[in-house]
Structure formats: C-alpha cells, structure tokens
Design a protein around this ligand. Structure first.
Ligand SMILES: [Fe+2]
Length: 284
C-alpha cells in the first residue's frame, strides 16, 4: 500500500494534507475503486475485488442488496471495505425504510425475501445508509472535486440513461466529477465547453477480463457510471467496476467474468424468481 494511504497514523486532516504535499508535490495522488449495484451477488463481488488490485479508497454507490441470493454475505464483505456508501432504492426497500409497492413483482419478491433473510445487524446497517449526494471529501480527500450518488445528483431515484437525462445534472452538479449508478449501464456522459459526449466502453471480448481507459481533460465535467457489479444490464454479463486515478485524471473501466452458475444457483436455491437467475447470463 502506498504511504499516503495509511489513514491510521494521520490523526487529523491537517497532518494528512501535509503528508500528501510532502509525498507528491502539489498534486494529491489517489486511486478510488468505484462499485455500484452489487445486488447481493457474492460471486461477482469476489471476482471484482480480486481483479481490482491496489486502491486507496472504495466508494460504494448503493443497491448493495436486492435481486441476488447472498445479501448477508455481501454486506459482511463490503461493509468493512467501503469508505463511503450511498443508499440505493433497493437498500431502502429491503430494510423497510421505503415501501415495495413501487417495485415490479419480481423486484418486490426479491426485496421481501431479502428483508426476511437479513440479520438484525445488517438490517440496521442498511437503515442507516445516507442519501446521496455524498462527497468523498468528508471521509478523506478534501482535495477531490468529486461527488457520489445513486441515481442522479438532483434526485436519488432518477435514471440517467441518455444525454437528455444527463443534461441538467451535468450543468447543475456541484463538482466536476460525479459517480452514479442505478441504471446498471457502464459508461457516462461528459461536458467540455459546449461539447457533449456519451461515454461507452468498447471491449474486444465477451468472456475475458478487460479494461478501457479514458483521460478526463481539465475543466471538463463528467458523470461516470462504473456499471453494476451484480446485475449488469448493458448486454454484457461480466461484473462491472471502475477505478479512478486522481493523479493521472484517468478513469479505468473494467469487466471481469465471475462464477455465474454459482450465483444463479443461490438465487434458485433461495426460491427467488427464475428470471433473476436467467437475466444474469443475458446481462440485461
Ligand atoms: Fe440497482
């Protein structure tokens, strides 16, 4: 682990900032692992953590549970690793903070099963999750111009699927970079001067571990979706995640295969709707 990543020996923020400057000059250096929509898929999460390599912070954009067959196991793995967690709509419903009435029958069945399945400790953890936007500054990096949300910086339940959806958030968000999830579609949107563009990673294979990198220009604004760890809906079954390097201003998108059969088996063994197992292979 890099020297600046050892949070434990920095007793306050002033000390921390001095250490950063001493280590890297005027630019703070940080790698953040961005995960979203794990959806109780333990096998996908294990593959992502194994593939991610070294990082300094893990930012979790919510929907930790719902749909998948391993809610307690996933919370127990991700809880101690997450430096920041934004609540997702499934997190709210699965712990009873919000009603399942707005969900379709399959999502509702999974949410109700999850609520029965969760331990009291894990239920309490979910109930305490905060609504986005959350700035990582609060937990460590006050030099980063970054916000984390579940749906949109303007509304936690809004889906940003198109440039039309992204237009208002890109202009109104309070930081130049916002990480969002909720759509289960890896990619994002960028605004540079008067130029807009959609970001969609292009991969060579369908079954191998792969990465795809973009450079973020100074002065540009980005909405970045790392994709879904546990239930991708962009026609790619592989688990999705992203790594943000604040020193090089690079975003590295990743896809990684995982033990799909085992994950599907847990869904079926739990008695959850078969559609939830089938869609994992389809990536939709
Ligand atoms: Fe989700």
């Amino acid at each position: 682990m890099r020297p600046f990543a050892s949070r434990c020996f920095h007793s306050n923020r002033i000390t921390y900032k001095l250490k950063i400057r001493a280590f890297s000059g005027t630019t703070a250096f940080m790698r953040a692992l961005i995960l979203s929509d794990i959806h109780a898929n333990l096998e996908a999460l294990a593959a992502v953590l194994a593939a991610a390599g070294a990082y300094d912070q893990l930012w979790n954009l919510g929907d930790v549970v719902g749909y998948g067959g391993s809610p307690n196991q996933v919370i127990e793995v991700i809880r101690p690793l997450s430096h920041l967690v934004v609540r997702g709509n499934h997190d709210r419903v699965c712990c009873g903070v919000a009603s399942a009435l707005g969900f379709n029958p399959v999502a509702r069945a999974a949410a109700l099963w999850t609520q029965q399945e969760l331990t009291p400790q894990n239920l309490e953890w979910l109930k305490a999750l905060e609504q986005g936007p959350i700035a990582p500054n609060r937990v460590l990096a006050d030099h980063l111009n970054v916000t984390c949300v579940h749906g949109s910086p303007l509304n936690e339940d809004q889906y940003i699927l198109s440039m039309r959806d992204a237009w208002a958030p890109l202009q109104q968000m309070t930081t130049d970079l916002t990480f969002f999830g909720h759509t289960h579609v890896q990619g994002g949107f960028a605004l540079s001067g008067s130029e807009w563009r959609e970001i969609r990673p292009a991969y060579d294979s369908r079954n191998e571990a792969e990465s795809w990198t973009i450079n973020m220009e100074p002065g540009s604004r980005h909405l970045i979706n790392p994709g879904s760890v546990g239930q991708p809906r962009d026609y790619d079954w592989r688990a999705a995640f992203a790594m943000y390097d604040s020193n090089t201003a690079q975003m590295i998108y990743h896809r990684v295969p995982y033990d799909l059969i085992a994950s599907q088996g847990r869904i079926l063994m739990a008695g959850l709707p078969e559609r939830l197992a089938a869609r994992l292979r389809e990536g939709r």
